[in-house]
Ligand binder design. Structure first.
Ligand code: IPM
Ligand code: MN
Length: 363
């Protein structure tokens, strides 16, 4: 297969983890006889520095023409001034919106040998295998107006949460379809006891559910869901929720896997690439981690597993995706650990070293 992959390393540890992910992508190409044309562009803080904007025209055009996009992370203290006109995160949000990526898939399945790396007790973690489907282009992240204004003589800030039925329906459908390939359970998370958006969410999800009689539907309020994710994580299969709730709950869920650095994600929409698969954006769920950036110790597993998701969802290369996932699992089974996963007293491996070990295990 010939495919065009755009990489957006971004800021902080982004370039480090994308370096490891690109190496494994190139190894896969070599081993399985594919031709991946990989090109790098700027997004986020680094783009603000060079272009004065977080999502340069050039970057957006390249992504629109690509078969898939692989992203590291954006943001950092350098661009954190709350009064700044340009912020790195605008680049990422703008890209998700421009590519129409309404669904963000975040699978959480702790590796059996990493249960000790989580602060939760082993009994709670056994059997955890869940998929969060986060709505990604709507809700309070994008609603208008969003501004500062004067109200009764003082400064007031406003953000707006909106959802249309069609926005809810399409992401709910995707969640039910995913559940059909898994354990046939969907948990819809909202705040329907307070928010009008959530009442529409709950009603619309229930309507979508009618077309999937063999899939069970559970509704949970987001505060309760936050608790149940810790007290009974193994009972979840697919969780579908709004943009902001999904953002928060997936950081929480990452604790189940032992480290936030382990988790990949795939953002999908309606548009297809030239191979007839969704043209997705793939990124680890972690941020730019400015505290450890530049030290070569970031965990690249989330980025590497995002590459596997890219091969599966955007290229239909199931064997290649499995090969990467198996290599990661074998590396962990053999006891190799990055700094974030190393037990007390064990020195962690560098980003490059663990990347090379994983690449060496590609079947
Ligand atoms: C994520 C991140 C982003 C989000 C930030 C960087 C804008 O936290 O992908 O989870 O909130 O969506
Ligand atoms: Mn987040």
């Amino acid at each position: 297969m010939k495919a065009k992959v755009i990489i957006l390393p971004g800021d902080g540890i982004g370039p480090e983890v994308i370096g490891a992910a690109t190496d494994i992508l190139q190894s896969v190409a070599c081993k399985f006889g594919h031709d991946f044309l990989i090109k790098s562009y700027l997004l986020g803080g680094c783009a603000i520095d060079s272009y004065g904007t977080a999502l340069p025209e050039e970057t957006l055009e390249a992504c629109l023409e690509a078969d898939a996009v692989l992203l590291g992370a954006v943001g950092g203290p350098k661009w954190d001034d709350p009064t700044a006109k340009h912020r790195p995160e605008q680049g990422l949000l703008g890209l998700r919106k421009a590519l129409g990526l309404f669904a963000n898939l975040r699978p959480v399945k702790p590796h059996p040998d990493l249960l000790e790396a989580s602060p939760l007790r082993r009994e709670r973690l056994e059997g955890v295998d869940l998929l969060v489907v986060r709505e990604l282009t709507g809700g309070i992240y994008f609603g208008q107006p969003r501004e500062r204004r004067t109200h009764n003589g003082e400064v007031q800030a406003v953000d707006t949460m909106t959802y249309t039925e069609s926005e809810i329906r399409r992401v709910a459908k995707l969640a039910f379809e995913a559940a059909g390939q898994r354990r046939r359970k969907v948990t819809s998370v909202d705040k329907a006891n307070v928010l009008e958006c959530s009442r529409l969410w709950r009603q619309t999800v229930a309507e979508v559910a009618l077309a999937y009689p063999d899939i069970s539907l559970e509704d949970l309020l987001v505060d309760a869901a936050a608790m149940h994710l810790i007290t009974r994580p193994a009972t979840f299969d697919v969780i579908v929720t709004a943009n902001l709730f999904g953002d928060i709950l997936t950081d929480e869920a990452s604790v189940l896997s032992g480290s936030m650095g382990n988790l990949p994600s795939a953002s999908l929409g309606e548009t297809q690439n030239r191979h007839g698969y969704p043209r997705g954006l793939y990124e680890p769920i972690h941020g730019s981690a400015p505290d450890i950036a530049g030290r070569g110790i970031a965990n690249p597993i989330g980025a590497i597993l995002s590459t596997a998701m890219m091969l599966r969802h955007s290229f239909g290369l199931e064997d290649e995706a499995n090969a990467i996932e198996t290599a990661v699992a074998a590396t962990l089974s053999e006891g190799y650990r990055t700094v974030d996963l190393a037990p007390a007293g064990q020195e962690g491996l560098s980003t490059q070293d663990i990347g090379q070990i994983i690449t060496g295990k590609l079947a």
